[in-house]
Design a protein around this ligand. Structure first.
Ligand code: AMP
Ligand code: ZN
Ligand code: FE
Ligand code: FE
Length: 279
């Protein structure tokens, strides 16, 4: 019975609805999954209804992009929809995206690429709108051959249509998560852009002091030696080594829930240890 603590649906930039996603993981015999859509809990109710019907354990959550040079993502697990310190900030984050997305479309337009706000809204289908939706439109219109190429040519940091947006600072986000009953986990640490062990230690000290509970040591895109390095780091800092696929459906081709690119494995023990950190 597999476990996956990092999944996206149409509530943000995944291509399956929350119910379709839970139906897929039930068919694949997953026992526990976390829905972690960007800056929103809007998919949770639908996912939970499907999970109860199909006998899957659903952990409600979200994924936040934080202020950090290389790019830092935080998963917040066991965050319930409704009012709360972090919940109340999510709308502000989504508003910041809307402004950023308009600026991205303007930048593309200056390069002769026309995507209308209406086309983007239709592509996103009512959920949190993100760069993968813009990437999909660039592909549909024939400007790029893949989502990955849309990022490489236009949308990634440093490319012509990259635009910043408001983010929470790491310690602030971790504190808000804690005060909202959530369990904060540092997502896919390889994207931090940190190259030395000393810099990684310094950062983890700060985040652990702020209340970080877990480190995503097991990830869809890792090789075995990366798992082991991050699991070791988690152990040294008293963090739970969590894991997930970061499944996005068609927006990240090749990944499967539970198994990632084939060899992802998250043990029951990880969920039990994270639950202990929820208090
Ligand atoms: P946004 O939150 O709108 O800035 O978009 C960030 C999302 O885009 C990430 O969570 C990933 O799902 C996706 N993404 C970021 N970089 C890439 C890339 N190089 N290739 C494909 N998808 C990416
Ligand atoms: Zn995403
Ligand atoms: Fe992420
Ligand atoms: Fe993600």
């Amino acid at each position: 019975m597999a476990i996956d603590l990092h999944l996206h649906s149409t509530a943000s930039d995944g291509s399956l609805t929350p119910a379709e996603l839970v139906e897929l993981v039930a068919r694949q015999r997953l026992e526990t999954v976390a829905l972690t859509d960007h800056d929103t809990l809007d998919g949770i109710d639908e996912a939970r209804e499907a999970a109860q019907r199909l006998g899957v354990e659903l952990i409600p959550g979200t994924e936040l992009s934080l202020e950090f040079d290389g790019g830092m993502h935080l998963l917040v697990l066991w965050l319930e929809p409704g009012p709360g310190p972090l919940q109340d900030r999510l709308e502000w984050l989504r508003d910041g995206r809307d402004e950023r997305n308009r600026a991205i479309l303007d930048a593309l337009s200056r390069h002769g690429i026309e995507i209308t706000p209406e086309e983007l809204a239709a592509q996103a289908g009512g959920g949190t709108v993100g760069r993968p939706h813009i990437a999909a439109l660039l592909m549909q219109k024939g400007y790029v051959a893949s989502i990955a190429q849309a990022f490489e040519l236009w949308l990634a940091r440093g490319r012509p249509a990259y635009v910043e947006r408001p983010r929470l600072a790491p310690a602030e986000a971790i504190d808000l998560a804690r005060r909202s009953g959530g369990v904060p986990v540092l997502a896919h640490p390889h994207t931090l852009g940190i190259t030395t062990a000393a810099d990684m230690s310094k950062l983890l000290h700060e985040l652990v002091d702020a209340g970080l509970a877990g480190l995503e040591a097991i990830y869809g895109a890792y090789h075995r030696h990366e798992h082991e390095g991050y699991a070791d780091l988690a152990r040294r800092f008293g963090l739970v080594p969590t894991g997930g696929s970061d499944f996005h459906g068609d927006y990240k081709p090749g990944l499967q829930p539970g198994t990632g690119y084939g060899d992802l494995y998250v043990s029951r023990d990880v969920v039990d240890r994270l639950k202990e950190r929820a208090a």
